[in-house]
Design a protein around this ligand. Structure first.
Ligand code: NAP
Length: 469
């Protein structure tokens, strides 16, 4: 504070302190945007509840997509910036109440994504053998909070799986289930994941769209990849590809739909091949309920037609698809942090269009949002760059016009956390985890094996600290 009590504008010796909540792509791009400018001196704490950075790049992008996962190398450069401090293993909202965090910094940027699965709201959804894609993805990427017992019980003995939804996550799940052990072997999946997937006797995976192929949200590159699996044949019913003139015309105006249809038409000539997994892409099928008593035995679907507005309309024709595993891949949902309201329907934080958080309809000073918690669960990693830049531009404009001021000396966040027995994981600690994962991978001839338990991650940190690094 200056003598008259007016908070000073940010300067090199008292920078604007910004906490970014969530060290996934949106958070890292936000940190990057903050440190790429020199108008407003900043110091950034990038806080994550996991001891590891990268969010969905680590625990979302499928492990059999190493090229996509390599984006972490680019993201790492922002983590390495001297004005950015990674503070992992700290849960904002519980371990570190939001109010307390806000008192420690001048601005908070929420970038914690959308971790919850959307529900279908149909009978049987909670039966054993019915999993949310988020559960399966967390498990196969080695997320420390994954429910191993439930997922592994659901996978045991699976011959026929149905994946509900035709987005890219559904394709990830269908592809991973249809892969052979040999295909999974070089990935960074934990060993128990590779073993469980290799042991599941999967013969058929059906990926189910409630609307038509022209409305599927998967992208062509991801679709096409299914055609290259070592021991699976993609099957498409030619009848699903007979579209009316209006749908054809609409699809022709949509590049992704046009390309998808071309790939699907090529595959519609395929026939099942003995000894190969059948990977069926089935459309116009709306799940009505999951059948079974002790565990899932099938999915009842209703045949649909798509109306002029692109909506699925039931035809009254029902059919049961036998299944001993059902994976619901119908989108993600953002959740509130204690102290931060989130719209229950959209799963997003109310904001002014460019990322200033609204409370009671008005911008809340010092609160911003970026990524999926701002715009909803759509888009690939790269979309977060523009999104985060937009939010940080609003934050910097607020700093420039005095809306956002440096509030004065406060205790250091990490010191405060440590004083109360928390174990924040900083950048060097993360490097120790990184090295331990690479060493574990090397011992099995792989580039990396993900450490999947929080204790294992923290043990790597403690071991490095004991060695004096
Ligand atoms: P998504 O693309 O929104 O797909 C959700 C799917 O669920 C849609 O097919 C949707 O059908 C269906 N669905 C929703 N409610 C349903 C219901 N009640 N019954 C049946 N089906 C229902 O979302 P996502 O697959 O979760 O992916 C999230 C984002 O991550 C996307 O932007 C995606 O592209 C991205 N991503 C990218 C990659 C990659 O680039 N490789 C990988 C994974 C994820 P309707 O269209 O009919 O609603």
């Amino acid at each position: 504070m200056v003598d008259d009590g007016t908070p000073p504008p940010p300067a090199a010796d008292h920078p604007l302190r910004v906490a970014v909540v969530g060290a996934g792509p949106a958070g890292i791009y936000a940190a990057d945007a903050l440190t790429r400018q020199s108008e407003v001196p900043v110091a950034v704490d990038l806080v994550d509840r996991l001891p590891t950075p990268f969010g969905l790049v680590r625990h979302g992008i499928a492990p059999d997509h190493p090229k996509m996962r390599a984006i972490r190398d680019t993201l790492h450069r922002s983590l390495d910036h001297p004005l950015v401090r990674f503070v992992g293993n700290v849960e904002v909202g519980t371990e570190l109440p939001l109010e307390e965090l806000r008192a420690h910094v001048d601005a908070v940027v929420y970038t914690y994504g959308a971790a919850l699965d959307r529900h279908l709201g149909i009978e049987g959804e909670e039966l054993p053998g019915s999993l949310a894609a988020t559960d399966l993805v967390a498990w196969y990427t080695g997320h420390p909070d994954a429910d191993r017992a439930t997922v592994e019980a659901a996978l045991t003995g699976v011959r026929r799986a149905v994946v509900i939804g035709v987005g890219n996550v559904a394709l990830d799940v269908g592809r991973i289930l249809a892969r052979t052990g040999a295909e999974l072997e070089p990935t960074d999946m934990p060993q128990h994941v590779i073993d469980a997937l290799a042991a599941a006797p999967v013969e058929e995976v059906t990926v189910l769209g409630r609307r038509g192929p022209a409305q599927a949200t998967f992208t062509t590159q991801e679709l096409r990849e299914l055609g290259g699996l070592a021991a699976a044949t993609v099957l498409v019913d030619p009848a699903d590809l007979e579209l009316d003139a209006e749908t054809e015309a609409r699809a022709a105006a949509d590049r992704n739909a046009t390309r998808n249809l071309a790939v699907l038409r090529e595959w519609s000539a395929h026939a099942p091949e003995p000894g190969r997994t059948r990977l069926r892409l089935r459309f116009f099928s709306r799940p009505v309920r999951l059948l079974g008593t002790d565990r899932v035995t099938g999915v009842e679907v209703e045949r649909t037609a798509v109306d002029g507005d692109g909506r699925a309309i039931g035809t009254g024709e029902f059919e049961v698809l036998p299944a001993d595993l059902v994976v619901r891949s119908v989108g993600y949902l953002g959740t509130p942090l204690p102290g931060l309201p989130v719209d229950g329907r959209t799963g997003t934080v109310a904001h002014d269009g460019v990322g200033r958080v609204l409370r009671d309809g008005r911008p809340s000073p010092g609160e911003y949002a970026a990524g999926w918690i701002k715009r909803g669960p759509t888009g690939v990693v790269g979309h977060n760059k523009h999104d985060a830049r937009e939010t940080i531009a609003a934050l910097l404009a607020d700093a420039a016009d005095g809306t956002l001021r440096v509030r004065g000396p406060v205790d250091d966040l990490v010191r405060t956390l440590r004083a109360r027995g928390a174990e924040p994981v900083l950048l060097d600690d993360w490097r120790a985890i990184d090295a331990a994962e690479q060493a574990l991978g090397a011992s099995r001839g792989r580039a990396r094996t993900t450490l999947h338990e929080r204790e294992g991650l923290l043990a790597a940190v403690r071991a490095a600290a004991a060695r004096g690094r």
